[in-house]
Design a binder for this molecule. Structure first.
Ligand code: BES
Ligand code: MN
Ligand code: ZN
Length: 501
């Protein structure tokens, strides 16, 4: 099932099968906003819920805690906690998700008390994102049910407030649609999503987006362009390799800030001749998460008409063991002329990203961001909830962490330890593709990538851990998360804003 979000009125909203009311926790229990209708679902809605009552009904203090009230033949009423303030965006995402889960396959309405919310646009966007992301289901594509946002106020909401709510509904809808699109690609079995098919799906989505150009490079072009890392990884597969080069430029020649995105698009990672275990391969259809994420972010930039230039580059290939596969000990020459000794064919992500980053540099952007399910070591270090962020400057780190705080996608800054450069020294090439066994594996991968950034402002996201989740929780659904897509969108939004100041 997937849902769509729309704005509606209290009268329309109250008729839907599930009607949701936000409540805020304080010392005496829960407070219900003044502007929420006095009667909903055939029940009188009080203005406060006592501590005792909440305890009996199981309504707890934490955000997204719910109590569900059913009267025969009436709409189900859900009180949902947004925490102890009306202004925490993550809590709105969690509340939206909790309500969507309560509603099951049916439509629901959410009453938004505009008089007590400082920033209705961002709150509504978060609410919509949470509800729509939680409604994703790989097995069900129909989108007959809706998520109605119902702005209410003690007095009539002002025109400005009304517009902000509309903007929040639109933004949340656009962002969640792109993230759910990426999740669907990531969850698709690798047998159904070859590099060629992935490129086709990306082209299909982006070709109708405004001011977007998409080029799909076939192997002939990839050879002409001398992408030796990408070719080396793909040569063991029967499926042809691709590279998608997409640009969004709403005002060519206007000197808009330019961000280049590079995403790892390994549609299946068997490890190659340095083959993984059966267990180790089970989730490897998700190894193209970076590619899906960067293309989703570019699509959002276009659909929200952000005044920023975006170049998104995604090398797409399958890492297999065919008779032409790259052998441990082989040396590959990357686009920028540097050579890499492949001592472990399972460290393939950095080989294709080296080519991707070299291309990104040539596009002359102000900032480069790459996203990859790069190392198991990242997941060991930070687990499923936190992505590893490597950044070339403190200023860019601050900006990117600010974007992450807004998106709710947790990142932790990791060090680019110069002393570990020795880990990737090679006897026969400029570098080797693995570091010291069991030592700082996520860092040595980042150090290798850094060599292809030409010392430009650069963010590297290693998202092997948070790229998928093993059980639905909050607004995440089991399987693909498309982690970091929303943070990149927040970053692009901030870059666009700062340019106008
Ligand atoms: N795609 C994997 C990383 C990965 C592991 C992502 C688990 C998600 C979950 C990557 O290509 C890989 O195999 N990395 C190796 C590198 C090693 C051989 C230096 C790893 O982490 O084991
Ligand atoms: Mn691998
Ligand atoms: Zn991989």
């Amino acid at each position: 099932m997937s849902r769509t979000a729309r704005l509606s009125t209290p009268i329309e909203g109250a008729q839907l099968p599930t009607v949701c009311v936000p409540v805020v926790f304080d010392d005496d229990g829960y407070v219900i906003p003044q502007s929420v209708p006095i009667v909903l679902g055939g029940q009188k809605i009080p203005r406060a819920l006592s501590k005792d009552w909440c305890a009996r009904q199981g309504l707890k203090a934490e955000p997204a805690s719910v109590v569900v009230l059913r009267a025969l033949g009436e709409s189900t009423v859900v009180f949902v906690s947004v925490g102890n303030t009306y202004s925490n965006l993550e809590n709105y995402r969690l509340a939206g998700a909790a309500c969507a889960r309560c509603a099951g396959e049916g439509s629901l309405a959410f009453f938004v008390p505009t008089e007590v919310i400082e920033n209705p646009r961002d709150a509504v966007q978060a609410l919509v994102e949470g509800a729509l992301l939680a409604s994703y289901n790989y097995k069900k594509l129909d989108s007959s049910s809706s998520f109605d946002v119902v702005p209410v106020g003690v007095s009539l909401p002002s025109v400005q407030t009304h517009n902000e709510v509309v903007e929040g509904v639109v933004r949340g809808g656009v962002v969640a649609d792109a993230v759910n699109w990426a999740k669907r690609l990531i969850d698709t079995p690798a047998g159904d999503l070859s590099p060629r098919e992935l490129a086709k799906q990306v082209l299909k989505r982006l070709e109708s987006d405004a001011h977007v150009d998409v080029d799909v490079w076939t192997e002939t072009r990839i050879k002409q362009e001398r992408l030796g890392g990408l070719l080396g990884v793909g040569q063991g597969s029967a499926q042809p390799t691709r590279l998608v080069y997409a640009t969004y430029d709403p005002e060519p020649g206007a000197g808009l800030p330019h961000v280049a995105l590079v995403g790892k698009g390994v549609t299946f990672d068997s490890g190659g001749l340095s083959i993984k275990t059966g267990e180790g391969m089970m989730a490897m259809k998700t190894d193209m998460t970076g590619a899906a994420v960067v293309m989703a972010a570019l699509s959002v930039a276009s659909r929200l008409e952000l005044p920023v230039r975006v170049t998104a580059i995604a090398p797409m290939t399958e890492n297999m063991t065919g008779e032409s596969a790259t052998r441990p000990g082989d040396v590959l020459t990357i686009r920028n002329g540097m050579t890499i000794e492949v001592l472990n064919t399972d460290a393939e992500g950095r080989l294709i990203l080296a080519d991707g980053l070299s291309l990104a540099v040539e596009a002359d952007p102000d900032t480069i961001i790459d996203v990859a399910t790069l190392t198991g070591a990242q997941a060991v270090a930070l687990g499923d909830e936190v992505g590893a962020m490597y950044v070339s400057t403190d200023e860019l780190a601050d900006d990117f962490l600010a974007a992450s705080r807004r998106s709710g996608e947790l990142l932790w800054r990791m060090p680019l330890v110069a002393k570990y450069e020795s880990h990737i020294e090679s006897d026969v090439a400029d570098m080797k593709n693995i570091g010291k066994a069991g030592r700082a594996g996520s860092i040595s991968a980042a150090l290798l990538l850094q060599r292809f950034t030409d010392s430009r402002p650069w963010v590297h996201l290693d998202i092997a851990g948070p790229g998928r989740c093993d059980a639905s929780r909050g607004y995440l659904t089991k399987g693909a998360t498309a982690f970091s897509a929303r943070t990149i969108v927040e970053f692009l939004t901030a870059v666009a804003q700062s340019n106008g100041d």
